[in-house]
Design a protein around this ligand. Structure first.
Ligand code: PLP
Length: 371
């Protein structure tokens, strides 16, 4: 195999650690000395800080983002016989949460400009069984929540946000996580707010829902050994909560640095009109979890960038409806043509808050060469 020098990695977790090593080490020692490792003071403090950050009343820490979405559906009483509207173009976890709860995901095609759910197509997918709309803020760009809320109100549906890629983003000035009945977040290490392992959280303004979620994550129990309902074991770790508190205090700064990288890309690449750049609707303040470009000859661009030591990924190469997990649902090739076309043309170029000016310029230079 050829030995290529990595000039610009897709993400740089080492740089992330180095930037805050001292504070993480302090957090680590604080937890070790506390001798309290499950649902202790750190989780409680993080929940309060993250609720505050998300402009919601409650936050419930859980084991990961998939469980956050799954528990929300359970707490809402959504299960077998029910349908939930989901974007066709998303990470498969959005769909799996619905399936895991026993309900059926009903996919809706994306808007070609924003890659988020096309709200003009939602109503046609609603049936008597529909219980909720699960909207995703994909790539860090908020979905059109007013349009979604309006449809939900008319049909008496719950609105759930999958905010796993959008910690800190704003829609018409309001934080994601505060825009529906409840929101699920992931703290997978590479997310905008990431733990040193798995983690997740739910935000909501509904006190009853929050209480139910606290039971569901902890064996259906409020008081030790009193199991009121059949729950799960999916709690945010005390150690992860301590690390997340350190990172949460930096999140706005880190998101601003992502915006700065995105602006350099946008300014330098707009003149190349056959390359499709991300569109930012007037109501959106995105946090650039990913910077996704689109081109009919993706393969060639991918190859050129890789040959020049620049990391890229595709989010996502196989749409959920064509994955093995959903085989047998009669969703053949061609069922969701917009999603399928997008999945063949999109490319995520390096995006992280550690990127230097030189690294961003290297990506731009190589990208221009490739197109
Ligand atoms: C990461 C992600 C999830 C799942 O989060 P995990 O913590 O990995 O379980 C769900 N939805 C979207 C859109 C994601 O990007």
């Amino acid at each position: 195999m050829e030995n290529k020098i990595v000039k610009v990695p897709f993400v740089n977790m080492e740089a992330n650690y180095k930037e805050i090593q001292e504070e993480l080490d302090i957090a680590y020692h604080r937890v070790m000395r506390s001798s309290s490792y499950i649902l202790g003071q750190e989780v409680e403090a993080f929940e309060s800080e993250f609720a505050n950050y998300s402009e919601t009343k409650y936050c419930v820490g859980v084991g990961n983002g998939l469980d956050a979405l799954h528990l929300i559906l359970r707490a809402m009483g959504i299960g077998s016989e029910d349908e939930v509207i989901v974007p066709a173009h998303t990470y498969i976890a959005t769909w799996l949460a619905v399936s895991y709860a026993g309900a059926k995901p009903i996919p809706v095609e994306p808007d070609e400009q924003t890659y988020n759910i096309n709200t003009t197509l939602i109503e046609a997918a609603i049936t008597k069984r529909t219980k909720a709309i699960l909207a995703v803020h994909l790539y860090g760009q908020p979905a059109d929540m007013d349009a979604i809320q309006e449809i939900a109100r008319r049909h008496n549906l719950k609105v759930i946000e999958d905010a796993a890629q959008a910690h800190g983003a704003r829609y018409k000035g309001k934080r994601v996580g505060s825009l529906g009945d409840a929101a699920g977040f992931s703290f997978y290490p590479t997310k905008n707010l990431g733990a040193i392992g798995d983690g997740g959280a739910i935000t909501t303004n509904d006190a009853d829902l929050a209480e139910k979620l606290r039971m569901l994550r902890n064996y259906g129990s409020r008081v030790k050994y009193e199991n009121e309902i059949q729950g799960f074991n999916t709690r945010l770790d005390e150690m992860q909560a301590a690390f997340l508190r350190v990172k949460l205090s930096k999140l706005d700064d880190w998101n601003n640095r992502r915006v700065n990288v995105a602006n350099q890309y946008l300014e330098s690449l707009t003149e190349y009109t056959h390359l499709t750049l991300p569109t930012i609707p007037s109501w959106a303040e995105p946090v650039w979890h990913l910077f996704v470009i689109r081109h009919s000859d993706r393969l060639n661009i991918e190859k050129h960038l890789h040959n020049n030591g620049i990391g890229t990924l595709v989010h996502y190469p196989i749409p959920p409806h064509l994955s093995g997990a959903y085989a047998g649902n009669n969703w053949d090739v061609g069922s969701f043509p917009v999603t399928e076309k997008i999945s063949q043309e999109i490319l995520s170029i390096p995006m992280s808050f550690h990127m230097t000016y030189e690294e961003v310029q290297t990506v731009i230079k190589n990208l221009i060469e490739a197109i």
